[in-house]
Write a protein that binds this ligand. Structure first.
Ligand SMILES: [Zn+2]
Length: 331
């Protein structure tokens, strides 16, 4: 029913790919991150929000035709029953369940279990084969409470009231989640955003995700005092170029699950690492597999070996798929 190919997971019965990394005739897409949702497919089946996000990122002609799937609806694709279920990863993100002759496979895409008010929470779906990522699939990965991480930012703002606090966060999902977390921690000053985030922040707001007073981080003329003590959110790449030089004594923060790895923070010149991830950490991966209790586990990408080994120790047959092309835009 489903097997790995160079273009991604392929279902020969339904003649479709899931999250293909190359243009295909028919694609089912779990979520809008650029490594899962690419432009140039023929027909695309995804949630309304994922389709909207693809249109925002790639333009009107991102595919030839689209079909929106509502969570829980059953859709027939060439004899395969397909349904979408919340994945808790970013706005619109879904797990895709495929069913044929009593066999059910769930492709979870990217997912997390932690609380995130910017998207619908992960829903465990009973299945025979559970396909999971393993981005943080090692026992060392244990993500702290994101509000505790935001607390570090608020403390730093008090300690260094002159400095502009620049937070690197990926444009889809992480940026909006960080802004929302800052609001939920009681900060209601304006938050300034890089232009690359504007349309996605507007879209989140249009979908009922309150982000408070957000303003463009642009200057009429060069004034180093303009963003004194301000919070500025931008894509991580922006802090390496000229854009960042307009700010007063910038303090670089980065919101990512990878900030658990001290070396990564150091290499990126990150002064304030914020461990905020949109993926499962190791305990969440184990909890999810335990809860779903599938008869088999396939691991798509990330640190596959440790998770496969853990499953085998629990007598759950498991195999790594070694899918390539998923570079984790979201973390
Ligand atoms: Zn993702």
């Amino acid at each position: 029913m489903l097997h790995p190919t160079p273009a991604g997971l392929f279902c020969p019965i339904g003649r479709f790919h899931v999250d293909p990394v190359r243009p295909v005739e028919r694609a089912l897409i779990t979520h809008g991150h650029s490594d899962h949702a690419r432009a140039g497919h023929g027909r695309v089946l995804a949630t309304r929000q994922t389709l909207d996000i693809m249109r925002i990122r790639y333009g009107e002609d991102f595919c030839q035709s689209e079909q929106a799937a509502a969570f829980g609806d059953e859709i027939e694709v060439d004899g395969v029953k397909v349904s979408f279920h919340p994945a808790g990863h970013v706005l619109g993100s879904a797990q895709i369940a495929l069913e044929k002759d009593g066999l059910r496979i769930v492709v979870s895409g990217d997912y997390k279990r932690g609380v995130d008010p910017t998207c619908a929470p992960f829903e465990p779906v009973a299945c025979d084969v559970f396909i999971t990522e393993a981005t943080f699939g090692l026992p060392v990965f244990h993500h702290p409470d994101p509000k505790h991480e935001i607390g570090k930012l608020l403390t730093s703002l008090k300690q260094f009231p002159e400095r502009s606090h620049l937070i690197g966060a990926y444009a889809l999902g992480k940026a909006q989640r960080v802004i929302r977390l800052i609001r939920d921690c009681g900060y209601d000053e304006p938050i300034f955003i890089h232009g690359a985030l504007a349309r996605l922040c507007d879209y989140y707001t249009s979908q009922g995700i309150e982000l408070g007073d957000i303003r463009p981080a642009t200057l009429e003329k060069k004034d180093p005092n303009a963003f004194k003590g301000a919070v500025v959110v931008g894509p991580p790449s922006a802090f390496q170029d000229r854009w960042a030089r307009r700010f007063n004594e910038p303090l670089i923060a980065f919101a990512s699950g990878w900030m658990m790895v001290r070396q990564r923070a150091k290499q990126g010149g990150v002064e304030l690492p914020l461990v905020i991830s949109d993926h499962c950490d190791w305990p969440e991966l184990l909890e999810t597999i335990g809860e779903i209790a599938p008869s088999e586990v396939w691991v798509t990408h990330g640190r596959e070996e440790a998770l496969v080994r853990w499953c085998e120790l629990k007598n759950i047959p498991a195999r790594p798929l070694h899918l390539v092309g998923y570079e984790d835009e979201g973390d």
